[in-house]
Structure formats: structure tokens, C-alpha cells
Design a protein around this ligand. Structure first.
Ligand code: FES
Length: 332
């Protein structure tokens, strides 16, 4: 069967602007999108640029947008795509500058990974110049039972956060990065969680969590869930991010507006069963934040959304108090 591949092309040395180029190929059983691109490059058009290496969904190099979704080209078969869309349309990943054709600039992504201190901290990393050696001295290797019990392993059943191959599919689909280029993004934050849970790590005073609570980090996730939906390895970075939130609050790392916001919402519901929006805005951003929110509040008021000055207790408030009590006990 013949099928059409429409590929994004742009070479800044020669092209004023990007364009799409069509290629017609013959499929074969089990043909992947990466096979198709390799065929194009070796048989039809040697100028096409794209990354690839392992061809086994392990290295993460071949991530690109296939019919609008960030995927690994070596893991995506041609036939199901043709059945669904009638064509294979290929674009470079989103949220990253384009170097040429399907090749994107990865430096910004990896700089963000470096920001979360992606390594096991030794004692010198946390300011204890006792033994200036790596956290894992001989004889301190993690044992298998400890590894299998570790939180970082079991967030999504059999699919573990350490399985991340840094392919950038989640980063490309992330609504938080699309709206704020400085946001760290799901892969870096999932890695932050993975290290914060590692029993071998010496960061006992939570400097990673403090670092991760700064602006543009864990509290800037918009919870769009795209990272979970599009991860080719079945990992859920958003679940790690929620765990990071819980962990930061449990450790009283509450200086960020995101943490203050969550704490205030929980308090409001625990006290009245409703959301005291004025109090939540005040607790989150203080007087300055409240003043900054005035134009939005005014706009909402014009649409008839006026928060009550004083919330009444809801009916069945006792049930909510009971739920809080149970949750509180479970925490302890
Ligand atoms: S080539 Fe390595 S993941 Fe696709």
C-alpha cells in the first residue's frame, strides 16, 4: 500500500520560512514512522534532518509530533496512523526552538533537568563536611527490598518514574510550559520527586523541596494531565508533582503562593464546607495579591459572580469534619 508522509521542513540557512514537503512511500508489515523517515532520507531526500539512535524506544532521541501528538517515531507504527488519519504528518516537538527540520534545541530542557540537582546527594552536598564522599559508599548500596518498597517506584503500578527516557514528549505537550517558558516542566519535576524519595539520598533537610518550591517549579503545574496522557513509557509525571506538593506541605515548606493557596482552600473547606474566595486570595498573595486580583474580581462581578462576604456553614458540615478527621488520622 502506498501512503503519503507530509514532513515539516525548515533549514534556516536557505529557507525564509518553514514549509511542508510530501513524500510517497510503500509500506511493509510492522513499518514504523522512523522506518519511513529513514527510507526518505536514504532513498529520496538526503537533506531531511531528524534525530534517532536506538530504534527501540529506549534512548528518547526520535520524539516528534506525529499527526499532532508527541510520540516516539520508532514506537509508532505507520498502519494505525494511516487508518486513523489517512496520512502521516510529522512536525518537530513543541515548546522548543527548532534548529532544522525535525531537530529541536534541547539545551533549555536539559538545563532545567540540571536545576533539580539530578543526582544522589553526598554529605558534602548538604553541608556536612564529614566524609566528603559519594552518598553510596561501599556497603551502602540500596538493597532490593528497599528499592521495591520505595515510593518513587510505585506511582503508576508497574510504570516507574525512573523509567523516564527524557524524550521530551511530556515537555512538548505540557500546557504549563506552553504558557510559561520558564516553568521547569513535568520531566524535571518527576525526577525531582524521584530523588527526593530515594532512600540513599543524604538531603535529609529537604533542600531539594525548598529548591523545587521556588517560582516556575512544582507549584506552576497547571494539572492539564497531558504529561501522563502522552508519555510513551506510561509514566505519570503529574502524579509525582502532586506527591511533591504533599511532601512540601508535610515538611512545612509553605513559602510559595501555590502552597499557601492549597492550605487556605483546605482550611476554608474544613471550617465552612465552602470556598471563601476573598480569604483564599488574601492568604495566597497578601494585600498586594488581593489588589492585583481586583480587575479580575471586577470582571467576574460584572458577570454576576460575586463571592459572599461571609460564608454560611453548609448542610452536612459534620460529614466534612469527619472526613478531615479521618484524613488527619491517616496522615499520622
Ligand atoms: S530511536 Fe531511540 S527512542 Fe526512538
Amino acid at each position: 500500500m502506498e501512503f503519503k508522509v507530509e514532513v515539516y521542513r525548515f533549514n534556516p540557512e536557505f529557507d525564509d520560512k518553514p514549509y511542508y514537503k510530501d513524500y510517497v512511500l510503500e509500506d511493509f508489515p510492522g513499518m514504523t514512522v522512523l522506518n519511513a523517515l529513514i527510507n526518505i532520507k536514504s532513498e529520496i531526500d538526503g537533506t531531511l534532518s531528524f534525530r534517532r539512535s536506538c530504534r527501540s524506544a529506549i534512548c528518547g532521541s526520535c520524539a516528534m509530533k506525529i499527526n499532532g501528538i508527541s510520540k516516539l517515531a520508532c514506537k509508532t507504527q505507520v498502519n494505525p496512523e494511516i487508518e486513523k488519519f489517512g496520512i502521516i504528518k510529522i512536525d518537530p516537538l513543541s515548546n522548543m526552538p527548532i534548529i532544522r527540520d525535525l531537530v529541536v534545541e534541547q539545551e533549555g530542557f536539559f538545563d532545567k533537568i540540571k536545576e533539580i540537582q539530578p543526582y544522589l546527594m553526598g554529605k558534602s552536598d548538604v553541608g556536612e563536611h564529614v566524609d566528603d564522599f559519594h552518598a553510596l559508599k561501599e556497603g551502602e548500596k540500596i538493597t532490593q527490598p528497599v528499592f521495591y518498597k520505595s515510593e518513587f517506584r510505585n506511582l503508576t503500578g508497574n510504570n516507574d518514574t525512573p523509567n523516564c527516557i527524557l524524550c521530551e514528549c511530556c515537555y512538548s505537550e505540557c500546557g504549563g510550559v506552553a504558557g510559561n517558558k520558564d516553568y521547569l516542566g513535568p520531566a524535571a519535576l518527576a525526577k525531582l520527586y524521584r530523588y527526593s524519595e530515594d532512600p540513599r539520598d543524604n538531603d535529609k533537610n529537604g533542600s531539594r523541596l525548598v529548591n523545587g518550591s521556588k517560582p516556575n517549579r512544582m507549584w506552576d503545574c497547571v494539572h492539564c494531565q497531558a504529561c501522563e496522557e502522552f508519555c510513551p513509557k506510561g509514566i505519570s509525571p503529574v502524579k509525582s508533582i502532586v506527591k511533591l506538593h504533599e511532601k512540601a506541605i508535610k515538611n512545612s515548606i509553605n513559602f510559595s503562593n501555590g502552597a499557601k493557596h492549597i492550605i487556605s482552600i483546605a482550611k476554608s473547606i474544613g471550617e465552612t464546607g465552602g470556598l471563601d474566595e476573598i480569604k483564599v486570595a488574601l492568604d495566597t498573595g497578601g494585600i498586594t495579591g488581593l489588589i492585583n486580583d481586583l480587575p479580575m474580581a471586577f470582571g467576574a462581578g460584572l458577570k454576576g459572580k460575586i463571592p459572599p462576604i461571609r460564608l454560611k456553614l453548609i448542610k452536612d458540615m459534620e460529614d466534612i469534619r469527619l472526613a478531615y478527621k479521618i484524613l488527619d488520622l491517616e496522615e499520622k
